[in-house]
Structures are given as C-alpha cells and as structure tokens.
Design a binder for this molecule. Structure first.
Ligand code: BDP
Length: 740
C-alpha cells in the first residue's frame, strides 16, 4: 500500500486526535457507568415496551429461549415471528437465533400442526382450543427441553406468542409451563366513535387515528401498532366509525379506505365492521324510502353488502344505532327493531356476516322512566331476530354512568345473543385527566347475578353464552364491545393510565371471569415496572380509583348529573331544554323532602324488570346495596343510612371521601418519583393535580346545589363549598372536547 509521507505537523495533529478520542471514550464509559435516570418514555409503546430484563434475572429466561422455531409462510405467521423477535430481542438483549427445527437445549417452537412438523408430532393442539385458543407447554423433544406454543390456527399461535411474551414481561417462571387458553367470547370488539372528519365523539385522545383523507394509499405505521396492541389482548374485531354514522362511510370511496385498513389488520386476526346509517338507501342510494320491508331497500342493502365483501372478503358486518337519540330507524316506517335488523342480516348472511343491533333506545315522547325503555322495546322481540343478529346492550340501563346496576336486559332475552357494550373512553368519568381504572366497574357488572336461571346466573354467563347455550339461544354468537378511548395522541389514550382501560377491556372480553386486580397488576408490570415497590402502590391506587370518582361525582346511586351536552364537570342543576331525559333534575328529583328516583313498585316499577330475587332486593331500601340507593329510591334527607348517619350527612361524607382519595393518589404517585421515568411520571402527576381540582369542584358544586333542598348544615368538620352555587352554575365550557 502506498502511503503519503507525513509532516511533523501531522503527528501533532494525530496525537491531539488520539487524546480527543481517549477523552471521548472515557466520557462515554463514565456515562455508561454512572447511575442513570429511567429512560424517558412517551407511552407510545403501551404495554408492549419489551424493556430489558435486568441481567441478574435474565439467565433462566435465556436458557429457555435459546432458539426460535417459528414458521413465517403466511402474513400472520410472519407477524407472530416479528413480534417474538422484537419482544424477545428487547427483553433478552438479543433475539434468539432462528431455526427450522428445534436443535438445541431450550428451543421455543411456535405454530400449528399444519405449520410445524414438530408440533404436529407432539399432538398438542386440540379441538377444545377452538379457532383462537392455544397451549403453552414445557416439553422434551429428543431428550432436550423445549417450550411449545401450539394452536389450531395462526391466530391462536399469535395469541399464544403474546401470552408467552407477557410471561417474560411480568417475570413469571418458565420451567414447567402448562397453559391452556381459549377465549370465552367470540367477538372481542372495539367500537370507534370516529367521524369521517376525524373528530371523535366522546374522544379525549386527540383526533381519530384513521387518516381517512390519506387512505387507502398512505398506511400509517400506527395502524400496524394498533393491530399489534389489540392482538396482544385478544381483541379480534373493530368497528371503524361512529354509531352516529355518516352514510358516506358506505360509499365506494370509503369502502376502499376501510378495505385498506382491513388488509393491515388481517394478519393480526382482526376483522373490520362498519356502523351503518339506517337511512343510507335514501341518502346515498337515491331511494325514496329506507323502509326495511320495501323490496328495493332490501335489494339495495344486499347489493351494498356484496360490494363491501368484494373489497373486504372477511368483513364482519354492521353495527346499527337506530331510532335512538334522533338516528333514523325502522320505526320511522312503523316497523320494529327486528324488522330492521333482519333486513340487514339477510343482506350479509350469504357472506357469513352479522348485524349487531344496539339496544340503546329511549324516546322522550315515551313518558315512561328512561331506564325501562330498552327492556320494554326489546323483550317482546326475543326470538324474532335472525340467527346472525346480536343485540348490543350497554352495561347499565341509563348511559355509561360511573356506577349503574346491571342492565335488566341481561338474562331477559334467552333466545337472543346479547353483546355487552362497555364504554372505555371516560365520557362520564373525568375524560382523559382523571385517573379511573375501569376494571372494577366492568367486573362489578360481569359478576352481577341476574338470577335469570337461579342463583349464579351472572352477567358474564349471559355474555359468554353459558347461561343459555344449548337451551334457548342457539346461534352461539357471543361477544363484548368497548367504546374505544384511542386517538392520535402520542400515548394513544390521552393519558398513561387510560391505556389500562383499553387493556382490561380486552382481557375481560377474552375471559369475563378474570379478576380486574390481577389484570391491573399485569398491566402495571408491563407498563411501568416489575419492582414490587412500584407495582403494589400503583395497583392499590388503580383499584380504588373508580370508587373515588363515584364518590366525588355521583355517590349512593345518583346518576346523570354532568354538564349539559359536553358532559364535562358537574351540572346537577341542568333542567329544561329539548328533552327531560337529558336533564339532571329528571334523575335526582331532589326536593325539600328528599332525593332519588323512585324505581320501586311504588314508583316507576323499573325494579320489576329484574328477576324476582333481584327485584325484591331493589324494591326495599333496607335491602338495596347502598351504592344503588338513590338509583332505586326517593328518600328523605334524614333517612338513616347503614353508617347511622342521615342521608344528607352520608352524601357529604361520600363527596368528601372522593376528594380525599384523590389527594391520597397524589401522595402515592409522588412517592414513586425516581422509580418511574420522569416524562410519564410528570404527566401523571399533573393530571392528578387536575383531577384533584375537579374532584373538589364536583364535590363543592354538588353540595352547594343539593343543600338548597336539604337545607341542612354540613356535618361537623366538613368544609363548606369554596364558592356560592351561582358561581358553579355560571361556568361554561363551549369547547370541551369530544362533544357532538
Ligand atoms: C351517549 C353519548 C353519545 C352517544 C350515545 C350512544 O353521550 O355521544 O352517541 O351515548 O351510545 O352516552 O349512542
């Protein structure tokens, strides 16, 4: 090699350069050795962060995952393998080497009998795993330890892979695994209330993640991450658009856009559904009517379904909000909900599609208690729906309130598959800023006993079909829907803790009998830390958080007391306007004599919609669980509650307790500073301070208002509201998010 001669100046320069490099190397070394604050995180990775397992704990995991045998001949298999490579690579430092067959001690083998000879040979995948279940087992192959994730289908293998990653993420032992999982419900579905404008109705996490304008050409990487996150918790269906649907969604242009999203989701086992506007045949079809019995209308929906299935061969079907809150529906033509649902069901039937018809109906023209109307409308229709129709019922009979007794329709329609509808987005529980883990709320409803077929007839058993399977309800369709809290905010859900609500929804949809506490712990370990000093306080905080919201917003069975339209903040004084059932006074009925909605046999008789033992309990204030007291009873202010205090005093105590609970959460969270990355810690801390301010506002405004009726002093030691009532009444929030 020819070298240019060097001048003395060069060597001085070289020496300087060397010292420079040395200094830089020392600096880097120092940077590596010095204790570092936890990495800043923005929440984008959700519970799929895959941060390294500390070296001191990693060895047993590495030993069990020395090789990865995961076929990748289909897009779904490829996605599963990619996730394992990404996850294991993150958790273990480097991903295990890939191989075609287990050849070393500690291989991890993933697949189906069709995709993997070794799995076929082990004969692990069995019928009872169904289409989406899986097994994870420690086995021996040719005298060597191995772990197998076996399923009947690619989708099952993917769910198993995510479960396996979760075991590492939550630091579970790996040595003798024998896990068998199959989902208890068929449809585990998100309902996006996203408009084509990208405004999300009741969304508090920015605008819609669907960038309709750039679809179908531009596929944001978020769509894939969305699918990964959903698949990781077993969600297998998504309704892309708002139940208050635009007919435009069903035009060819938007079908093509939806098809592009369906293509992204398909490898993750997620099917696309669309909300359909009942009047679409008129609005975009040029017909004069949308009457479900009109032959032209029927033909229009059939043709529309055919077009959709051409673009999306695995399209799931339609979700419909009809004759509810001003939406068009079959009753506009003198037809029933069954007529409407069946007409659309016939259109998707040849393609294997279904129709999910919402039971959220009530009319202000009906003088009856709003809580009774869905039951009154739908129970007579039991048995009248086609086999591919599901009726989707909100958890409670009013509207996603912080606490509601279970909806009386559960257990009351034995011939109809009922789909649960929970609201994940916190429209009524403090938007994005209030920390409220909804697991206990979902669990409370799922575990409630309907007594429909005797003791133990829980809502969970209605939802997973167990209660009526093989008897009256034949179609076998089961499912749970959650109104999504997802938006384009970097952290997806508007706050770090709201991610837990998406998570717990998916996990409970998979198995409605799981414990919300266990799920909170799992989520905390994956999202924040496995350090017991972090896990315990966070789980405790989460588990108490929803009750705190109930206390400072709507204690003792009060409900629907929020600000008008936008639903932000307290509005117990809301009255007048277009319809009584959109006011607060309709629900609390406070007078000088007392407070609460009498739904007993002496009042609206809503109690009689429940099975006898439940009705008997709710009919008697002494037997009614106190958390539902004012839901079912109108009681005098000096009614004696279980604590011995008067109703008025007890209300004040609850309101105040809620505020105190938020102060406790703040203290807990402050104590975690330094144990959680500063970026997420700071945002949660700030949101908690907002929550405290707003909890105080709810308490004070409510007490100031109800005191005008109770005309009693506050119990000793309880501070009066900070402002007079007219101050609270004067506050206006025309630009509160999520409205309309
Ligand atoms: C209510 C929401 C409204 C929804 C409605 C529904 O305020 O925005 O359209 O539920 O579920 O709680 O249809």
């Amino acid at each position: 090699m020819v070298r240019a001669s060097r001048t003395p100046g060069d060597s001085v320069h070289a020496a300087r350069q060397q010292t420079g490099f040395l200094a830089l190397a020392l600096l880097l070394l120092a940077a590596l050795l010095l204790p570092r604050p936890a990495l800043a995180e923005d929440g984008y990775d959700l519970w799929l962060r895959y941060r390294p397992i500390p070296e001191s704990e990693a060895a047993p995991y590495r030993a069990r995952i020395a090789q990865l045998v995961a076929p990748a001949t289909t897009p779904s298999q490829q996605a599963t393998r990619d996730e394992l490579v990404r996850g294991l690579g993150g958790l273990l430092g480097t991903p295990p080497p890939l191989a075609d067959a287990a050849g070393v001690e500690g291989a991890l083998i993933v697949g189906t009998p069709a995709s993997s000879k070794q799995i076929a040979r082990l004969g692990l995948a069995t019928k009872d795993l169904g289409r989406e279940g899986y097994r994870i087992r420690s086995v021996e192959i040719d005298g060597r330890d191995a772990t197998v994730i076996a399923a009947n289908t690619d989708a099952g293998a993917m769910h198993g892979a995510f479960h396996f990653l979760r075991l590492l993420q939550t630091r579970q032992p790996m040595a003798s695994l024998d896990i068998r999982e199959a989902p208890r419900t068929q449809l585990r579905m998100l309902n996006h209330w996203d408009n084509l404008t990208r405004h999300v109705e009741r969304g508090y996490a920015g605008e819609s993640i669907w960038d309709w304008h750039k679809l179908p050409d531009y596929l944001s990487p978020r769509y894939t991450d969305y699918a990964r996150a959903n698949a990781s918790i077993g969600i297998n269906a998504t309704v892309l658009n708002n139940v208050n649907a635009s007919a435009q969604q069903l035009t060819p242009m938007y079908i093509e856009k939806a098809a592009a999203l369906a293509n992204v989701f398909r490898p993750y086992g997620i099917r696309v559904f669309l909300s359909a506007r009942f009047s679409a045949p008129v609005e975009i079809g040029g017909l004069k009517t949308a009457d479900p019995l009109d032959p032209q209308v029927r033909a229009w929906w059939k043709a529309k379904a055919d077009d959709i299935y051409k673009a999306i061969p695995d399209f799931g079907g339609f979700l419909v909000k009809a004759n509810s809150e001003g939406q068009p529906g079959p009753q506009d033509y003198g037809r029933t909900h069954a007529d409407g649902a069946n007409m659309m069901a016939d259109a998707v039937k040849p393609h294997g599609g279904i129709v999910i018809w919402r039971a959220f109906v009530y009319s202000h023209e009906t003088p009856d208690d709003r809580a009774k109307q869905a039951y009154n409308e739908f129970v007579p229709l039991d048995g009248k729906f086609r086999g591919n129709v599901m009726v989707q019922v909100k958890n409670g009979a009013i509207d996603f309130q912080p606490r509601e007794p279970f909806h009386p329709l559960f257990g009351a329609m034995p011939k109809t598959p009922l789909m649960m509808e929970f609201q994940i987005t916190k429209e009524y529980l403090g938007f994005a800023t209030h920390l409220a883990y909804l697991g206990p709320m979902f669990e409370e409803t799922l575990r409630a006993d309907t007594y429909a077929r005797g003791k133990g007839s829980t809502v969970a058993k209605v939802i997973d079909g167990e209660l009526h399977r093989g008897t009256l309800f034949k179609s076998g369709l089961t499912g749970m829907a959650g109104v999504a809290n997802i938006g384009s905010d970097r952290n997806w859900s508007g706050s770090h803790f709201d991610q837990a609500n998406w998570y717990v929804f998916g996990r409970l949809a998979w198995n409605p009998e799981l414990s919300s506490r266990d799920i909170a712990e799992e989520w905390t370990r994956m999202t924040f830390s496995n350090d017991a000093a972090v896990v315990q306080p966070i789980v405790a905080m989460m588990m108490g958080s929803r009750e705190a919201v109930v206390d400072y917003m709507t204690p003792l069975g009060l409900h629907h007391l929020m600000g008008r339209s936008h639903h932000y903040g307290p509005g117990p004084w809301v009255e007048g306007g277009p319809r009584a059932d959109w006011t607060s006074v309709y629900y609390h009925r406070a007078t000088k004599d007392g407070i609460g909605f009498d739904r007993t046999t002496r009042g609206s008789d809503a109690v009689s919609q429940y099975a006898k033992p439940v009705a008997a309990q709710f009919d008697d204030p002494a037997k009614t669980p106190e958390e539902f007291l004012l839901w079912f009873h109108h009681l005098p202010w000096d009614y004696t509650t279980k604590s011995g205090r008067t109703l008025w005093d007890e209300l004040v105590v609850h309101y105040s307790r809620g505020v105190d609970a938020v102060a406790d959460m703040r203290r807990t969270w402050d104590g975690l500073s330094g144990k959680i990355d500063p970026e997420r810690h700071a945002q949660v801390a700030t949101f908690l301070s907002i929550q405290q301010k707003e909890a105080q506002w709810w308490r004070d405004a409510s007490i100031a208002y109800f005191q005008t009726f109770s005309q009693r002093p506050l119990p000793e030691g309880y501070a009066p509201p900070a402002h007079p009532l007219d101050y609270y009444e004067s506050l206006e929030f025309p630009f509160a998010p999520g409205n309309g």
